[in-house]
Write a protein that binds this ligand. Sequence first.
Ligand code: 3HC
Length: 296
Amino acid sequence: MAAAIKNVTVIGGGLMGSGIAQVAAQTGHRVTVVEVNENAIEKAKNGIQNSLQRVAKKLYKDKPADAETFVKETLSRLHTSLDLKDAVKDTDLVVEAIVENLDLKHKLFSTIDSVAPNHTIFASNTSSLSIQDIASVTKRKDRFGGLHFFNPVPVMKLLEVIRIPETSDETYEKMTAWGKALGKTTITCKDTPGFVVNRLLVPLLAEAVRMLERGDATARDIDTAMKLGASHPMGPFELADYVGNDTTKFILDGWHQKYPDVELFKPIPLLTKLVEEGKLGLKTGEGFYKYDKGTK
Ligand code: 3HC
């Protein structure tokens, strides 16, 4: 059996990248987060610290000293870097969590392909692009796969592990074992649009917006219905605001381009309008709902 993954490089310190880095550090891995400027690094560090405090409080309810040690030790395993090539030269796994732009992902993976050690596995946390398309620029397709996490990463228990036809059994097993070491339950999915969760969740959000557009019910009532009638933790509009309306629209638009005949993927005027108005959800203070500043 090949050596387990110990050193991890997470590229992109946004919400997903920070969450992945945090959970990896919490579970004993040495992690380097790569960002493009100091400002982004500061933001990632702050986000991780806030989230770590919440996790520590939960794990060590009545033991503040243990909670403090947990935070301190986790942070000691977390490093940041502005130097992409340097950050991958001694790593076992690269998890890419940058913006959903294929050209940028290609640029990134072709840059690191020649610098990272031979054994290093490359993975993308993309939620809507094809892993095969992303991997196409590298010479290590047997050591390439998808590792798709869910927001908030420290709380959500699932990890989708995506294989492309070239992904070797060893790579797949290492990715799955790493997911388990992180405390996640893994499922396996082929490289199909949205994998399992988003392929079901995004159309649900889209149908909810269409329902609202038709005037069938209010957003509040649709949310209440799905929370109490289907036991979803968040209603579709709460979730859309949480994920970001720009993200949902981006995913739908990408699928619509690829599969123009699928009704479920067709553009939704109300969603387009909200995005054009900058009402992206929680992160901008308004989406389908309005939020107080500082709401998480
Ligand atoms: N970091 C650490 N802990 C966090 C956290 C974070 N970012 N966010 C929430 N928590 C913890 C809280 O501290 C709290 O802990 P406690 O039980 O000890 O009090 C617990 O999680 C519950 O949080 P809250 O009490 O604040 O609120 P809720 O009970 O409403 O839970 C939620 C929040 C976990 C977000 C829950 O509403 C939920 O599961 N929502 C659905 C989220 C979802 O569907 N995510 C997937 C989106 S799709 C995706 O990510 C794919 C991508 O590709 C688009």
